[in-house]
Design a protein around this ligand. Structure first.
Ligand SMILES: C[S@@+](CC[C@H](N)C(=O)[O-])C[C@H]1O[C@@H](n2cnc3c(N)ncnc32)[C@H](O)[C@@H]1O
Ligand code: SF4
Length: 362
């Protein structure tokens, strides 16, 4: 029997400044009582341990916000507590998101000493004008220095960029892609800019790129990165199998994970029951229907799509009975879906219209 993944997400909700496009739960916080916050997190871990003892932790992910602001000694404290409470996999993946504006000569070596073994760097753009537009407080030269530092310190690493910026042209994006692929990261996360309600960009009336140029940029991204050895494995994530982010795969494959910290959510299955968890250890039972819907949303994001037996194991419903089979057959005829005995997955033509397909399948 294969061991299912079990991950722990730790959310750090503070940043040095608020980026105008960001709707993640984060606020500006420079002098917060880190010790106290982390001690509260340790209490949350102990609470969840009672419900999940005996599980083997396969990944820990420090996300944010800007978790590279947490003192490395406190990162160590979290990791040590996890290891004292649960068995951990020998090849456990421990990731942390870092911003170039928090880089110092000691940051990455200290994080490595604290047992972080995968570093994800939020670069976002590879020119100063666009970094400024995105409200980032680092320059291109700082980003390049941080890229070097990450690559020289860690063996496993990833870099984030945001594209489809207003006014961005295809050749300019192709240049950034070329530079990005040349750095040698194990993994790349490339997101199309979305304008989220309530953000500064939304209030200013900034509009995203039109669908047609955005799809053109997406297709270029997928094709170009494949040629460079970074096949797409999820809508916005690119890596060969060995470089894939095992923690994020937990979400897309419907495995269990704990969410620690404000606005962090988790999913726990306790034989026959599924729970959504939210901050301060609140557990809400999920019906099989609710669980099935989220498995469909998450699973179709993967290139490998949805594994039907796993789906059934994760929600108790038969996949073929759950979806609208007439709609699925129609999409298959249109060349947007592949529906085999074992899997349901999108084709290359299906990815850009994923949301529409999901709507019709439900
Ligand atoms: C949790 S966020 C932020 C991590 C880190 N604080 C940073 O800013 O680099 C993870 C990633 O989501 C992406 N992201 C956030 N908001 C976005 C938006 N509105 N549109 C597209 N990508 C976005 C960025 O690439 C970011 O690196
Ligand atoms: S994008 Fe990152 S650095 Fe900017 S506000 Fe959001 S979480 Fe903070």
């Amino acid at each position: 029997m294969s061991i299912r993944g079990f991950g722990i997400y730790i959310h750090w909700p503070y940043c040095l400044s608020k980026c105008p496009y960001c709707d993640f739960f984060s606020r500006i916080g420079k002098n917060v009582d880190q010790e106290k916050i982390i001690n509260d997190y340790l209490d949350e871990l102990r609470f969840y341990h009672n419900l999940t003892s005996g599980r083997t932790v396969t990944s820990i992910f420090f996300g944010g916000g800007t978790p590279s602001l947490i003192k490395p000694s406190l990162i160590s404290k979290v990791i040590d507590t996890v290891a004292a409470l649960w068995p951990t996999a020998p090849d456990i993946e421990i990731s942390l998101e870092a911003n170039p504006n928090t880089d110092t000569p000691t940051l990455f070596p200290d994080l490595k000493k604290a047992s972080i073994n995968r570093l994800s760097l939020g670069v976002q753009a590879l020119n100063d004008a666009d970094l400024k537009f995105l409200g980032r407080t680092h320059t291109l030269s700082q980003a390049l220095k941080s890229i070097d530092n990450v690559l020289n310190t860690f063996e496993n690493h990833s870099m984030d960029l945001i594209y489809a910026r207003p006014g961005q042209k295809l050749p300019a994006w192709q240049d950034e892609l070329k530079q990005t692929a040349s750095f040698g990261f194990k993994h790349l996360s490339l997101y199309q800019l979305t304008i989220e309600e309530g953000t500064f960009f939304a209030k200013k009336g900034i509009r995203p790129l039109d669908d047609e140029p955005a799809v053109e940029m997406y297709n270029l991204t997928v094709d170009y990165l494949r040629q460079c050895g970074y096949p797409r494995y999820e809508v916005s994530n690119f890596a060969p199998p060995a470089g894939q982010c095992r923690h994020n795969l937990l979400y897309w494959q419907g495995d269990d994970y704990l969410g620690i910290g404000p606005a962090a959510h988790g999913r726990i299955s306790i034989p026959e029951h599924f729970y959504a968890t939210t901050h301060r250890c609140q557990l809400t039972p999920l019906t099989s229907q609710e669980r099935a819907e989220e498995l469909l949303f998450m699973g179709l994001r993967l290139d490998n799509g949805i594994d039907k037996p796993l789906f059934e194991q994760n929600c108790g419903l038969n996949f073929d009975n759950f979806i609208n089979r007439t709609a699925a057959a129609e999409f298959e005829k249109m060349g947007l879906l592949i529906n085999s005995g074992q899997n349901l997955r999108l084709t290359a033509a299906g990815f850009p219209v994923m949301n529409k397909i999901i709507e019709e399948l439900l």
